[in-house]
Design a protein around this ligand. Structure first.
Ligand code: RFL
Ligand code: PHB
Length: 395
């Protein structure tokens, strides 16, 4: 088998890249380790920058997000059990974010791929990549014990944090990492969200809490937990009690609880691998970088990588120019580090750190006080939350 771009991983990065390339007439094959149901079963992101929504339209899958996504104009910060709204739209000349689940994006992209008859290999075992430092890259994988080989011009490593692509070039990368001393317990329930028009970020003496949503009838909530907690320790009742105690009294009273339909614990980590290009291999999305979920940047960063990478491939095939390919790593990493800074900062501001001491605690309180009273600092939060422009710093 032969294709122009072999894409490893059918998460949002791989599927979006495949669709954008297809629209530009570039052949691609996606090779995924898991089954479609497994990929769709992972509950993750929920808040989309306008750049991401625009890309979904560009990829021809914008119809449902436009109809079913909920537009947010603000953020609610809760601090010392008091609510402080931040007028995101007012502070950013009219920009918004959209609440729409990653699961739905994945489903929309999978459906479009299937409708277009594009090749996707699911449940591929022992995927390995070869020859990307020369002119003839290829991908090998096994289906039912049989080995297959896919020859290609380029390999896009969209295979997430635990994928094979970054692991293959481990010796050629520099890694930057910060692991936080806590995790988040996340709960999904079919109840109306307590705050349907803004995500709630709560800093309380019991730890961080977050109220988000997937739709007007499905809510997603999180609470900070010790790093080695197990999900079995978090009954639904314990979760709801803990969340209520971290919010302001009116919100705690208004929250509608119900049985969880998914509950999991995620560790918090900041991670960047540099560079993001190795000859004819390109890393994109979680394969190259991780942000802690505070600020909702992970999926949005994956989307901007894919935008830079698809543009580079289109320039290569349509305009016979390799400028985009040559600049991919540098352009993508500049945006990655901006989002890394923002996610690290918001994580530091909103969580209880076990080892922070009295001084660290007082500085955090002073910073929150400053944020909710200073238009300049609120604007900085707002412009990062809606997403800095793709060409930020180049204008
Ligand atoms: P994914 O989604 O991990 O997909 C990678 C795919 O590659 C496959 N794979 C392989 N395939 C073939 N061969 C191999 N050897 C392979 N190894 C792996 C995997 O099976 C998988 O299908 O990476 P991708 O596409 O780069 O997408 C990244 C996003 O999933 C991630 O950044 C976001 O979910 C992060 N995130 C959030 N991002 C936001 O922008 N907004 C949010 O509100 C937000 N909330 C979150 C989040 C992540 C969370 N967790 C659990 C980490 C909330 C949470 C709790
Ligand atoms: C989510 O909806 O899952 C979500 C929202 C905002 C965040 C993180 C996660 O900062």
């Amino acid at each position: 088998m032969r294709t122009q771009v072999a894409i490893i991983g059918a998460g949002p990065s791989g599927l979006l890249l495949g669709q954008l390339l297809h629209k530009a007439g570039i052949d691609n094959v996606i090779i995924e380790r898991q089954s479609p149901d497994y990929v769709l079963g992972r509950i993750r992101a929920g808040i989309l920058e306008q750049i991401m929504v625009d890309l979904l339209h560009e990829a021809g899958v914008g119809e449902r997000v436009a109809k079913e996504g909920t537009v947010h104009h603000s953020i609610e910060l809760v601090y010392k059990n008091t609510r402080h709204p931040i007028d995101v739209t007012g502070l950013t000349n009219g920009k918004v974010v959209t609440a729409y689940g990653q699961t739905e994006i994945t489903r929309d992209l999978m459906d479009a791929r299937q409708a277009a008859g594009l090749p996707t290999v699911y449940e591929a075992a022992n995927v390995s990549i070869h020859g990307f430092d020369g002119a003839k890259p290829s991908v090998r994988y096994e289906i039912d014990g049989q080995t297959h080989e896919l020859a290609c011009d380029f390999i896009a490593g969209c295979d997430g944090f635990h994928g094979v692509c970054r692991a293959t070039v481990q010796d050629s990368i520099t890694e930057y990492e910060k692991v936080y001393p806590f995790g988040w317990v996340g709960l999904l329930a079919d109840v109306p969200p307590v705050s349907p028009h803004a995500v709630v970020y709560a800093n309380s003496e019991r730890g961080f809490g977050l109220c988000s949503m997937r739709s007007l009838t499905r809510s997603r909530y999180y609470v900070q937990c010790p790093i080695d907690d197990k999900v079995e320790q978090w009954s639904d009742d314990r979760f709801w009690d803990e969340l209520r105690r971290r919010l302001d009294p009116a919100m705690a009273e208004a929250i509608v609880t119900g049985p969880s339909i998914e509950k999991s614990i995620a560790p918090l980590r900041s991670f960047v691998a540099e560079p993001m290009r190795f000859g004819r291999l390109f890393l994109a999305g979680d394969a190259a970088h991780i942000v802690p979920p505070t600020g909702a940047k992970g999926l949005n960063l994956a989307a901007s990588d894919v935008k830079y990478l698809s543009t580079a491939f289109i320039e290569h095939y349509a305009e016979k120019s390799d400028a985009g390919i040559d600049h991919y790593s540098q352009r993508a990493l500049a945006r990655v580090w901006r989002a890394e800074r923002f996610s690290w900062w918001l994580t530091s501001l909103m969580h209880r750190f076990p080892d922070t001491g009295g001084f660290g605690q007082k500085v955090q309180e002073a910073e929150l006080e400053y944020l909710v009273n200073s238009e300049a600092m609120s604007r900085s939060l707002a412009e990062n939350y809606v997403g800095l422009p793709l060409d930020f710093g180049q204008r």
